[in-house]
Design a protein around this ligand. Structure first.
Ligand SMILES: Nc1nc2c(ncn2[C@@H]2O[C@H](COP(=O)(O)OP(=O)(O)OP(=O)(O)O)[C@@H](O)[C@H]2O)c(=O)[nH]1
Ligand SMILES: *[C@@H]1O[C@H](CO)[C@@H](O)[C@H](O)[C@H]1NC(C)=O
Ligand SMILES: *[C@@H]1O[C@H](CO)[C@@H](O)[C@H](O)[C@H]1NC(C)=O
Ligand SMILES: *[C@@H]1O[C@H](CO)[C@@H](O)[C@H](O)[C@H]1NC(C)=O
Length: 585
């Protein structure tokens, strides 16, 4: 199964006959948030560029220098004093969920959406490669080019890499990405990444990790803070620092330049494990290679040797964790001493026969491997607690879930509030993944194995032909997003896929489609919920989910599975199982 090229073509294909929108991603800091928001996007963003507590900028903004001698002379005003104050100020804005500003539901009802946590000790935790005494190091990257869930996956992985490296993350400029479709031609469809995830709070909450905009980064170049290896000062192309909304060919100029002035990260996500030693000590690096050699010498485990066996201990020996993680990748992409020393590292996004292929179509936890289990769980919690859909999306989904529960309660004479959910992916899958597309008869057959007749079933789907569901509707009380127009009035139509995901994540039973990253994310959210609730069999990472297709994967979420190829096709309990281990309650 060749993954990435297929994904690219299928998302290109979808352009046909549908309104494809320009999608501006990621321009949140540095006071350069584009004022291009549609009238549906009415919420205010705090512009953080000048006042957030980026340790080095805080110390006067002039401490960045590529020269090592200068590095030794840099004395920062203790960032610690200021972060202590910051901490007191922290309002934990990512914690909990307050739906009052978003038109409900009541917060008691909204609470069930919350799987994320506010863990103060995570905010002060740091990567072993972060050195507060040295000049900051940077990590920049280019946007993925496929559908929304692919963009999210790639972004999570690259964020995880920056966090693991202890580098300041530089967001790419706002640019067009083809992915979502608007049903309303009059609706403006340009927005920034912060419309989906509350990433601006990361800077408020973290002491040793910061996210800056490309504009801020280039400003540092313009100020002469960086030199090449011959001591020549590096300037941005044309001395331009504002690239938000730039034309595709201009963005290409910027990207080419970034590749030239940074150390390129040449990691191939599907071929190696992104491996991080527990410290900069070369001995630890060496140990990782020894461990891998040892594993390959004795023969990499087969998938069937691990399926449904005892899972590894999340706080266990790193060799055992590697055994469950390595799959068929026989190489490590090590955070080598050379990479550790580079001040600027850049990940290019290329899909080009001539210039090479470089893409991160993988889930972050499948790619990243940590010798130190605490780093591993810290980064997993970062994704759970910070990279979650914004309140507006959460609350819209919460209103629908609240309505469904009320409806079920009334319908069953007060017996239950539970409902079951599906994600039925058809659309372009009918050409691409035939085995994952089933007839209405087969769908009903598989539904009946887990869901009693006449239950209330919520279906998230991209199928536009209502006839397909007629059969299911004769056996179940079926609901769709379209049935909740009142709850969704005024919500941007580009949020609908994400709202569908969140609603589906709340089903008692969930049935999804293998190969769909949209389904995959629903399962991850269910995993977070199940782990937090210590649901039945949570120690093994089991969730109450099934695949309706293809046949042979029906029960795969019901047992322990090691990470395996194709990496994008599903999500694994590796991302949620016992991720709070080691955190004081
Ligand atoms: N509202 C809604 N939209 C859906 C649903 N399933 C698919 N879609 C839409 O179709 C898109 C999927 O097509 P792509 O953008 O090519 O891919 P993707 O988002 O990476 O997801 P997969 O192709 O499923 O892996 C989603 O992003 C949604 O916009 C659904 O259940 N509800
Ligand atoms: C960019 O600015 C620097 C410093 O002001 C100047 O020396 C350089 O010539 C400029 N480069 C371009 C292309 O304008
Ligand atoms: C190799 O792996 C085996 C089994 O896990 C272990 O007992 C042995 O100590 C390892 N050897 C080295 C050199 O790490
Ligand atoms: C379906 O369930 C509803 C509510 O529980 C009930 O009133 C109705 O009789 C049921 N229909 C069948 C065919 O079981």
């Amino acid at each position: 199964m060749s993954d990435a090229p297929t994904k690219t073509t299928h998302s290109k294909k979808r352009k046909k006959g549908r309104l494809y929108i320009a999608f501006l991603v990621v321009a949140l800091l540095g006071g350069c948030l584009p004022i291009l928001l549609s009238s549906n996007f009415t919420h205010e963003f705090s512009i953080i560029g000048s006042d957030f507590n980026l340790p080095y900028l805080h110390a006067g903004g002039s401490n960045v220098n590529a020269k090592e001698e200068d590095a030794q002379n840099v004395k920062e005003d203790s960032p610690k004093d200021s972060t202590k104050k910051e901490k007191e100020k922290r309002s934990s804005r990512v914690a909990g969920l307050d739906c009052k500003p978003w038109g409900g539901p009541p917060n008691e009802a909204a609470a069930e959406m919350v799987y994320w946590e506010d863990i103060p000790q995570d905010s002060s935790h740091l990567s072993p490669f972060y050195n507060p005494e040295a000049p900051p190091q940077f990590f920049s990257f280019e946007m993925d080019f496929a559908g929304w869930n692919n963009v999210r996956m790639s972004m999570e992985t690259l964020m995880g890499i920056a966090l693991a490296m202890g580098r300041t993350l530089v967001m790419p400029p706002a640019q067009e990405v083809h992915m979502l479709e608007s049903s309303d031609e009059n609706q403006k469809n340009e927005f920034s990444f912060s419309h989906f995830f509350p990433i601006e709070h990361v800077n408020e909450e973290f002491d040793h990790f910061a996210i800056i905009s490309m504009h801020e980064y280039l400003q540092l170049f313009l100020e002469g803070k960086f030199e090449d290896k011959h001591g020549k000062i590096l300037f941005p192309p044309g001395n331009r620092t504002h690239w938000d909304g730039a034309k595709e060919e201009d963005i290409a100029v910027l990207n080419t330049w970034l590749r030239d002035v940074s150390m390129r990260l040449r990691w191939k996500a599907n071929r190696c494990l992104g491996a991080f030693p527990k410290s900069p000590d070369p001995e630890d690096l060496h140990q990782l290679t020894v461990d891998l050699e040892n594993l390959t010498k004795t023969g990499l485990p087969e998938e069937r040797d691990l399926i449904n066996k005892k899972p590894y201990d999340v706080d266990g020996d790193s060799r055992e964790r590697m055994r469950h993680h390595i799959a068929k990748r026989e190489r490590l992409c090590l955070y080598s001493t050379k990479l550790q020393k580079a001040q600027r590292v850049h990940f290019p996004m290329m899909w080009d026969e001539e210039f090479g292929k470089s893409r991160m179509l993988i889930h972050f936890y499948e790619f990243l491997f940590f010798q130190d289990w605490k780093q591993d769980l810290w980064i997993k919690r970062f994704m759970r607690d910070h990279i979650r859909y914004v309140d507006e999306i959460q609350c819209a989904a919460a209103r629908v879930v609240h309505k469904i529960r009320g409806h079920v309660h009334a319908r069953t004479g007060g017996k239950t509030r539970e409902f079951d959910t599906f994600h039925i992916r058809r659309g372009d899958f009918q050409d691409q993944y035939k085995s994952a597309v089933v007839s209405a008869e087969d769908l009903l057959k598989i539904a009946k194995t887990q869901i009693p007749e006449n239950s209330t079933v919520y279906i998230a789907t991209d199928e536009e032909d209502d006839d397909y569901f007629k059969l299911l509707e004769t056996h179940y009380n079926v609901l769709y997003l379209d049935d909740f127009k009142h709850e969704l009035a005024g919500v941007n139509s580009n949020y609908m896929g994400m709202i569908d995901q969140l609603i589906a994540s709340r089903g008692r039973v969930f049935m999804g489609c293998f190969y769909s990253t949209f389904t995959g994310y629903i399962n991850r959210l269910r995993g977070y919920h199940a782990d937090a609730a210590k649901a039945h069999d949570y120690e093994r990472g089991i969730i109450n989910s099934y695949y309706y297709a293809p046949d042979f994967v029906h029960l795969r979420m019901r047992m322990y599975f090691p990470i395996w190829e194709p990496y994008w096709a599903r999500e694994y309990s590796n991302s949620w199982r016992q991720i709070d281990k080691g955190i004081d309650p």
